[in-house]
Design a protein around this ligand. Structure first.
Ligand SMILES: [Zn+2]
Ligand SMILES: [Zn+2]
Length: 134
């Protein structure tokens, strides 16, 4: 099925034409910035299935995993939309909160639990990884 989404103000929009290959909660320290203290909810999708309208701003950094990350966000409203490891040429991440309709999408994996705060609830039903899965 095709899904659509975008930032809060609508300046950045995208179309996703494939099913996610994974839906993950991420407690990495970076995601805690952009999810405002909580875990981020991310879908991994094939890069080739994403079409972007608008001009997101991009910020590059080195992640704890060692990957070179590029985060894309709306320069007007600040919504985080995409996250990409430059080393991963096949897949990229979309922030689930930006989907117009996230029906049917639920996390099955939680990663970077080592970075989660002590109060975090790690659902035992999820497959958990202390850091980045290999
Ligand atoms: Zn926006
Ligand atoms: Zn993360």
């Amino acid at each position: 099925m095709t899904r659509t989404g975008g930032c809060r103000c609508g300046a950045v929009r995208y179309t996703l034409s494939a099913e996610p290959v994974a839906t993950r909660l991420c407690w990495c320290r970076d995601c805690q910035y952009w999810a405002l203290g909580n875990a981020a909810v991310n879908i991994m999708v094939p890069r080739a299935a994403v079409t972007v309208q608008g001009e997101p701003r991009r910020w590059e950094s080195l992640a704890d995993s060692g990957n070179h990350m590029c985060r894309s966000f709306c320069g007007q409203c600040g919504t985080q939309v995409f996250s990409e490891a430059l080393e991963n040429t096949r897949h990229m991440v979309i922030r689930v909160g930006t989907l117009d309709d996230a029906t049917g999408i639920a996390p099955t994996v939680v990663i970077w639990t080592d970075s989660a705060p002590s109060w975090a609830y790690i659902d035992p039903a999820l497959k958990a990884f202390p850091r980045q899965p290999g």
